[in-house]
Design a protein around this ligand. Structure first.
Ligand code: PMP
Length: 403
């Protein structure tokens, strides 16, 4: 017999399972709306031209070695990431009250941040939006958080935020709860609080002494404007909160598999940073020892050179505007077909995803009858749509809804 005989089959990860089904599907007009990765107008992955260019330069540069990075990563990368998040002229940067740690993409930032808060601040309760990215729960529980809670977020009726519910849930959260907030382009709903609503969220969190943990996986991708997409984080900083923020460069640089991320800390007293960094060093040391260099070098080079930076910003614009166009196209097609319901939410939502409002039964119909792959929740990755397939998608939705 084997030692491993007792290992039970775990459940599949929905998004990867759908992706696999899509790849195996031989139907010509199949559509993949599951995975949150950018696709161009031909439904193909897009390596950003700036990434290709930098990689060619890097391949030719014989001064680049494969020595270990420091445990907390490439300092130049972290500094540039912090400055992209908080704004170059941020007073907390000038005051030396902000620092970053290179992490294994956004997920790694969440993981290191959560473990640090649990180990060193003894925080045990965390709140995430209902619904949220499906991995938040697992990452925090694996980091030592024992009390997962949700705050209300999505309101099915209005297809917007249940703001009263959200505020009530935050009001009832015990002091020192970690509140996980999506910096922009909430996944999966695509609905963000308005600035006025963020102000109220900050009021309650200040009053109730809650700790903000921002998840910034889509900076620039939502509006096409890096500063606009960082508004909420910068607002909390301006209000005087101490906070952490996990940043991912997976989407805005298209560097999904390179695991380029940063964990930003804002603290009220710069003198505390050396001790914090020393403890973060031990957390990373015990988890993966040190991060990979390739993607961080690339991103650092782009962020610190004005001309390269502008080139990259154009790519972000290309991606975010195509998504916005596809939202409009899908809504227009549904209206043209006279599909029952109001489809304004598709264009009002922002970022990569739309929470369509399709029911699990309707989703099943799209998968089985139309070879269109999307999450049970009705979430679609809008990037999967293009001029060639959006009418087919609308027709499929129409059929699922009216049958
Ligand atoms: N947070 C959210 C909300 C996300 O949607 C994602 C990507 N799906 C991540 C974090 C982390 O992604 P990554 O680890 O690839 O940067």
């Amino acid at each position: 017999g084997s030692r491993f005989q007792g290992v039970e089959q775990g459940p599949p990860i929905e998004v990867f399972q759908l992706n696999k089904l899509f790849i195996e599907d031989t139907y010509q007009n199949k559509i993949n709306l599951s995975v949150g990765a950018y696709r161009d107008e031909n439904a193909k992955p897009w390596v950003l031209p700036i990434v290709r260019k930098m990689e060619k330069q890097m391949a030719a540069d014989e001064t680049l070695l494969h020595e270990y990075l420091p445990v907390l990563g490439l300092e130049q990368f972290s500094q540039a990431s912090v400055s992209m998040l908080l704004g170059e002229d941020s007073p907390v940067i000038a005051a030396g009250r902000a620092f970053g740690v290179q992490t294994l993409s956004g997920t790694g930032g969440l993981r290191v941040g959560a473990e640090f808060l649990n180990k060193h601040l003894k925080y045990t309760t965390f709140y995430y939006s209902s619904p949220t990215w499906e991995n938040h729960h697992l990452v925090f529980v694996n980091s030592g958080f024992t009390t997962p809670r949700t705050y209300r977020y999505w309101d099915e009726k209005s297809r917007g935020i249940d703001f009263d519910g959200l505020i009530e849930d935050l009001r009832n959260a015990p002091e020192n709860s970690v509140i996980l907030l999506h910096a922009c382009a909430q996944n999966p709903t695509g609905v963000d609080p308005t600035q006025e609503q963020w102000e109220k969220i900050a009021d309650v969190m200040e009053e109730k002494k809650l700790f903000p943990f921002f998840d910034s996986a889509y900076q620039g991708f939502a509006s096409g404007d890096l500063d606009k997409d960082a508004w909420a984080v910068r607002y909390f900083v301006k209000r005087g909160f101490e906070l952490v923020c996990a940043q991912s460069f997976a989407k805005n640089f298209g560097l999904y598999n390179e695991r380029v991320g940063n964990l930003t800390f804002v603290v009220s007293d710069a003198a505390l940073i050396p001790a914090m960094k020393s403890q973060l060093t031990w957390i990373v040391r015990g988890m993966y020892s040190n991060p990979p260099a390739h993607g961080a070098r690339l991103v650092a080079s782009v962020l610190t050179n004005k001309q390269l930076f502008d080139e990259w910003r154009d790519h972000i614009k290309t991606m975010s505007s195509r998504v916005i166009q596809m939202r409009e196209a899908l809504r227009a097609e549904l209206i043209k077909l006279g599909t029952p319901g109001n489809w304004d939410h598709i264009v009002k939502q922002i970022g990569m995803f739309s929470y369509t409002g399709l029911t699990p039964r309707q989703v099943e119909h799209l998968i089985q009858e139309y070879h269109i792959y999307l999450l049970r929740s009705g979430r679609i990755s809008v990037c999967g749509l293009n001029q060639n397939n959006v009418a087919y998608m609308a027709k499929a939705m129409h059929d699922a809804i009216t049958k």
